[in-house]
Design a protein around this ligand. Structure first.
Ligand SMILES: [Zn+2]
Length: 221
C-alpha cells in the first residue's frame, strides 16, 4: 500500500464532543488537508472556511470515537451531502469501501484520471468510493478538464515564451491566443460579471471594454 496522500497531524489537544468538534478541529483540518476537500480535492469552498465543512469519515462510530480527530475530514458541501451517512464498507462486499486519504493514496492505486477529466476506478474500492461521493458527476469532470486544459496551455505558453528571444514571435502570439481562449471558456463557468450597467457575460464585458472577442473565436490554421 502506498503512503497516505494527506499527512494528518495530531489535531487539537483537548477532547472533542458533538458540540465542540467543528470549532476545535477546523483550523487543524485546513492545515493538514492544505485547504482542499478530502474527496474531490477542490479548494474553492475553503477560501472562506465555515464550520460546516467538517465530515465524519465513519459516521457509524459511537460518540467518543466519532469525534476523534483521526475520524474527521475536511469536505466540501457537495461531497459531504453525497457521502451523507453511507457505510465506509459495503456489508455485502468488503472490497467495496470508502478510501481514507489520511491512510492511503487513492491516486493512482484505486482511481486514475482520463483525458476528459473523468475519474475512473481501478479497484472495487475505487468504484464504491467514486459512486458513494458522486465524484463522477459532470460538474466535477468539467472542472477537472478545465483546470487541466489551462495548466497545459500555460505550460505551452511558458515553453514558447522562453524560446521567444531566439525564434518565432508569431508562434508566441498563437500560444497566447490559445491560452486566452482557454481562460475565457473557463471564465464562462463562473457567474457573470455584475457591473454598473447590469449583468454581463465575460465576452460582453470584454466587448464593452473595446476588446473584439471575435478574434478569439477561431483557432489559427
Ligand atoms: Zn469535495
Amino acid at each position: 500500500m502506498s503512503a497516505a496522500r494527506v499527512k494528518r497531524g495530531a489535531g487539537p489537544r483537548s477532547k472533542m464532543t458533538k458540540a465542540t468538534y467543528r470549532k476545535k478541529a477546523l483550523r487543524f483540518l485546513l492545515k493538514d488537508f492544505e485547504g482542499r476537500c478530502a474527496y474531490c480535492l477542490d479548494p474553492g469552498e475553503f477560501r472562506h472556511p465555515s464550520q460546516t465543512q467538517v465530515d465524519h469519515f465513519n459516521c457509524k462510530l459511537r460518540e467518543r470515537q466519532r469525534h476523534q480527530y483521526k475520524n474527521l475530514m475536511l469536505a466540501c458541501s457537495a461531497c459531504n451531502l453525497s457521502k451523507h451517512d453511507k457505510p465506509i464498507v459495503n456489508p455485502l462486499d468488503k472490497e467495496q469501501r470508502l478510501l481514507n486519504c489520511t491512510e492511503e493514496n487513492e491516486f493512482p492505486e484505486h482511481i486514475v484520471e482520463l483525458e476528459d477529466g473523468q475519474w475512473e476506478p481501478k479497484t472495487k474500492a475505487g468504484e464504491y468510493h467514486l459512486e458513494s461521493i458522486g465524484l463522477r458527476e459532470s460538474c466535477h469532470r468539467q472542472k477537472r478538464y478545465a483546470r487541466k486544459r489551462i495548466a497545459e496551455q500555460i505550460l505551452n505558453l511558458c515553453s514558447t515564451a522562453i524560446q521567444y528571444r531566439t525564434f518565432n514571435p508569431a508562434e508566441v502570439h498563437n500560444q497566447m491566443m490559445d491560452t486566452l481562449r482557454a481562460l475565457l471558456s473557463h471564465l464562462d463557468n463562473f457567474p457573470p460579471l455584475v457591473v454598473e450597467d447590469g449583468v454581463l457575460s465575460p465576452r460582453e464585458w470584454l466587448n464593452a471594454r473595446g476588446v473584439d472577442v471575435s478574434v478569439l473565436q477561431v483557432a489559427p490554421a
